[in-house]
Design a protein around this ligand. Structure first.
Ligand code: GLU
Length: 390
């Protein structure tokens, strides 16, 4: 007998989490596996953040908080939105969840009806389409390619919109391609969106601090103020402050949507972890200067990985402008190595865990996270070269 709901049968498990678990299981068996599958910085969480978490524990901050976060947490999130993204919001338009993933989950669950269409630029982050399907929505992929910087065009957006379109999900800098939209790109998209006031737009800015091109970060809520009543901006501390395990994501948007997300959260997790909130307050309000050093190290790793991949016959990757992933094209090898899932298993046999492009709505390749230490990256790239040559 299977007691599985129809909603759950519509979705697949998270491919990034599955590959990371698989790598951990192989390691537990004694295999030497380098995991470049999950996107999480290898840097230690900053000491002032750890100290704040310990102080919260010692100070007895171990009870329920307000569902959408403590007053201090909301104030810290609002500070982050204003200082780092240029989005000035009152506290009533900010909420805090157990990771950006939960904020996205609640936003989509709270707004989608069966058959509503959600436009998602592909390649996409693995969880976007699965959450949409779970919520009863229909995924409408907007295919992008390396030649166009993995960005959608205004013509493509206009052509994809139907009376059922409910959301456009944008992620800049993007996972898994590093796709980055300029202020001009966003305003051009707004020229299309303006005529469709029923469409909500998600701007997932979780990778905003990790940009390498030198250009200012551009975000819809700032560039397109006419969209203010329908833009939800997602951010957090996981990637910028190496706090993936703390599970703190923040969202800013119109009050009606923030209240809807908190209503749902009041029945799912309730408040995000009280200790993690105290740590995230320290992350947002404390020193930010360490980020310059981290960004520089990520940039150096990116350059190394891009150079090494492009030196392997049959593999190629463009230079991502942000985030910490490379989308590797392996199309010339597919006839010999099978599907991208088979290719990834073959690379795993050679001791490196990566995620197949198909998990991101792409094809014929795989994603590498370069948020790993330099020696591991060098060894992983040596193994990938050996796997491809074998
Ligand atoms: N966002 C990261 C990734 O794509 C973390 C894992 C996940 O939640 O998918 O690897």
């Amino acid at each position: 007998m299977s007691g599985i709901s129809q909603a759950l049968t519509r979705i697949a498990p998270s491919a990034t989490s599955a590959m990371t678990d698989r790598a951990a299981a192989l390691r537990a068996e004694g295999r030497d596996i380098i995991s470049l599958s999950v996107g999480e910085p290898d840097f230690a969480t900053p000491p002032h953040v750890i100290a704040a978490a310990k102080a919260a524990l010692d100070g007895g901050q171990t009870r329920y908080t307000a569902v959408g976060g403590t007053a201090a947490m909301k104030a810290a999130a609002a500070l982050h939105f204003a200082r780092d993204l240029g989005i000035a919001v009152p506290l009533a338009q900010v909420t805090v969840s157990a990771g950006g993933k939960q904020a996205i989950f609640h936003a989509l669950m709270a707004t989608l009806n069966p058959g509503d269409e959600v436009l998602i630029p592909a390649p996409w982050w693995v969880s976007y389409p699965e959450i949409v399907r779970f919520a009863g929505g229909t995924v409408v992929p907007l295919a992008t390619g390396a030649a166009g910087g993995f960005r959608i065009t205004t013509e493509q957006l206009a052509a994809a919109i139907t009376p059922r379109t409910r959301w456009l999900l944008l992620n800049s800098p993007g996972n898994p391609t590093g796709a980055t939209y300029s202020a001009q790109d966003l305003r051009a998209l707004d020229d299309v969106l303006r005529a469709h006031p029923e469409i909500l737009v998600m701007s997932d800015d979780i990778y905003a601090p990790l940009r390498y091109g030198g250009a200012e970060h551009a975000t819809l809520a700032v560039e397109c103020p006419d969209l203010a009543e329908r833009v939800l901006t997602i951010s957090g501390v996981s990637k910028s402050h190496a706090m993936t395990g703390f599970r703190i994501g923040v969202a800013a948007g119109p009050e009606w949507l923030i209240r809807a997300m908190e209503k749902l959260q009041s029945h799912s997790s309730g408040n995000p972890c009280s200790i993690s909130q105290a740590a995230a307050v320290a992350a947002f309000t404390g020193p930010q200067d360490f980020l310059d050093g981290w960004r520089e190290r990520f940039r150096a790793r990116r350059d190394f990985v891009v150079g090494a991949i492009n030196a392997i016959p049959g593999l190629s990757t463009p230079v991502p402008d942000g985030a910490f992933y490379c989308m590797v094209d392996a199309a010339p090898l597919m006839a010999r190595l099978g599907t991208d899932e088979e290719l990834v298993l073959h690379i795993l046999e050679h001791g490196v865990a990566v995620v197949p492009a198909s998990a991101f709505g792409g094809a014929d390749g795989f994603r590498i996270s370069f948020a790993a230490d330099d020696a591991q990256l060098a060894e992983a790239l040596r193994r990938i070269a050996a796997a491809v040559a074998a």
